[in-house]
Ligand binder design. Structure first.
Ligand SMILES: [Zn+2]
Length: 545
């Protein structure tokens, strides 16, 4: 057996918040695919003097694989032409692929571009269980990234039936079974109950408006769905708690629904995603305003609650969400082309391309709300970075977002250029002076997401951690610095060297397999016979043996 590869990253300025290292000059040692505490003196060295060393980036919420993302690619042929990507020249003999870029890059391009930004792990945030096989196939084609996905459950017909019947234990067993057969990582809830009502209609309604609206049966409400699935995730001891996209996304005045949802799960772990889209004041028919302060104050005061921001960045985006009623509204208001896919009995999926303009009042408000959430957050471990790629902007905009957080004068300059019409209540106008430190950036882009996801070997550089390391040339222009890491290591392999992609090894799949009472499968078989288009045996995405 050949000796495992060794490498000493020597003399870099290390930011490793999980291990309390804040800008200390020290070596990071790698043996094989892991970080080790020490290496012999003659081990190969990478000179990192005057460079910034961090763990590889971890994206807690992104849309990169599966049928919904692929529908978005098919909806946007103009992007394929405008941003065609050549196959990189790789040195490890692995097959390199050309592809399309744009707001929804093709699979290989997604892997290359994430790695080029220093990200080595990403979570696909919304896969309908029926689409799991497709999502795995795409992740298999997404090099470098270790990745997993969240399974959509908040509007799932079988689940709602169990809640209606008061079968809480069976609902939990179902969630566990589903995660296992789909090889998913966490439970995702999108607009709990709202998509089910949108599909079927109920009392003239095409969505739910609040936590206590009935969904079919009066025993099923958004609140009940949240409670059932949050409790299930915690009882199953999943590494990541329930991942919630609240009701009323994008609606003026929706912050009250967001706070109610958080309070409904008070005292138990829960993650609320793309909080920016859920932190608006005002009311329907009246001007919007920021309610970031009210929402983040709740988060600050509740250690069991975590969020990612879902920052809006100016420029092109593509909205991809299981929240079909939201997409119907957005398509109508924007006049852009759209597609909606109904995934039988399980979920929805809508896609609308979108552009956030600095001069548009609502886009400027959304941009400001996201920044307020970041700047008013007390605990960066629980308020982590996302743009809900590609919904609020693509992951390629992360370096620009980091600059906005780290550089107040740049932020103030940008603020002057945006439409001020709806910014009346925004804390940003009060001159928030906070500037994120490199340590805080390391928390919100890697250590925090890794901890929230329960990935013990990610997001840090202690012995035993995966050897995922990003090395930046320090630059006062933080956007430039974070856009072009000098070196990136993935599982000990040097994938980026002198800013160039050199290798593209396959990533690992992150999945869970919780225990459950097998009695649930008996009932499920009956359900499949009556309602499903696939047989029970052919469902899911377990590897063929
Ligand atoms: Zn999302």
């Amino acid at each position: 057996m050949s000796k495992p590869t060794r490498l000493r990253i020597a003399g870099g300025t290390v930011y490793d918040p999980a291990n309390g290292v804040d800008g200390a000059v020290r070596d990071v040692c790698i043996e094989g695919e892991r970080i080790v505490s020490e290496l012999p003196r003659d081990a190969p060295r990478l000179d990192a003097r005057d460079m910034v060393v961090m763990p590889g980036g971890v994206d807690i919420h992104s849309h990169v694989a599966g049928p919904s993302v692929n529908h978005a690619r098919r909806l946007l042929p103009e992007e394929h032409d405008a941003d065609a990507v050549r196959a990189p020249r790789l040195e490890d003999g692995t097959l390199a692929r050309s592809g399309a870029g744009g707001t929804v890059p093709t699979t290989f391009t997604t892997g290359y571009r994430y790695a080029g930004l220093g990200y080595t792990t990403a979570m696909e945030a919304a896969v309908a269980p029926l689409g799991a096989r497709h999502a795995h196939a795409e992740l298999d084609d997404t090099p470098i990234l270790d990745a997993g996905f969240f399974i959509l459950l908040g509007n799932d017909d079988y689940l709602l039936r169990q809640i209606a019947a008061g079968e809480t234990a069976r609902a939990r067993d179902y969630a566990a079974w589903l995660l296992g057969v789909t090889r998913g990582y966490a439970i995702k809830i999108v607009n709990p109950g709202g998509v089910a009502v949108w599909k079927g209609g109920q009392d003239g309604r095409r969505n739910v408006a609040g936590l206590d609206d009935p969904v079919g049966s009066s025993a099923v409400t958004p609140r009940k769905i949240l409670e059932t699935l949050a409790a299930a995730a915690n009882a199953l001891a999943l590494p990541h708690p329930v991942h919630v996209h609240c009701n009323n996304l994008g609606q003026p005045g929706n912050y009250t629904t967001t706070l109610e949802s958080m309070k409904a799960l008070e005292g138990q772990r829960a993650h609320f995603t793309h909080l920016q889209f859920h932190s608006y004041g005002g009311e329907r028919g009246k001007p919007w305003q920021s309610a970031a302060r009210q929402v983040i104050e709740y988060v600050n005061a509740h250690a069991e609650t975590s969020v990612d921001v879902g920052q809006v960045m100016f420029g092109p985006a593509t909205t991809v969400t299981a929240d079909s009623p939201v997409e119907q509204l957005l398509a109508a208001s924007s006049g852009r082309k759209w597609v909606n896919v109904d995934i039988e009995l399980e979920s929805g999926c809508g896609i609308v391309p979108y552009t956030y303009e600095e001069k548009a009042a609502v886009a400027a408000l959304q941009w400001a709300v996201g920044l307020e959430l970041f700047l008013l957050a007390k605990d960066p471990w629980r308020v982590v970075l996302s743009t809900d790629h590609p919904n609020g902007g693509t992951f390629l905009s992360y370096p620009e977002l980091i600059r906005l957080l780290m550089d107040r004068s740049y932020r103030d300059e940008r603020l002057k250029g945006v439409n001020q019409k709806l910014l009346g209540g925004s804390a940003l106008l009060d001159g928030l002076s906070r500037e994120y430190t490199l340590q805080e950036i390391a928390i919100v882009t890697r250590a925090g997401p890794a901890r929230l996801l329960g990935l013990a070997n990610k997001g840090h550089l202690g012995p035993g951690a995966d050897a995922d390391v990003t090395i930046y040339t320090s630059d006062a222009d933080r956007a430039k610095m974070f856009a072009t890491p000098r070196y990136v290591l993935k599982s000990g392999s040097l994938v980026v060297e002198e800013g160039q992609l050199r290798r593209a090894p396959a990533g690992q799949r992150l999945a869970v397999r919780p225990q459950y009472d097998a009695a649930v499968t008996k009932d499920l078989r009956r359900f499949f016979v009556e309602y499903a288009t696939v047989s029970f045996e052919n469902y899911g995405a377990e590897p063929v043996t």
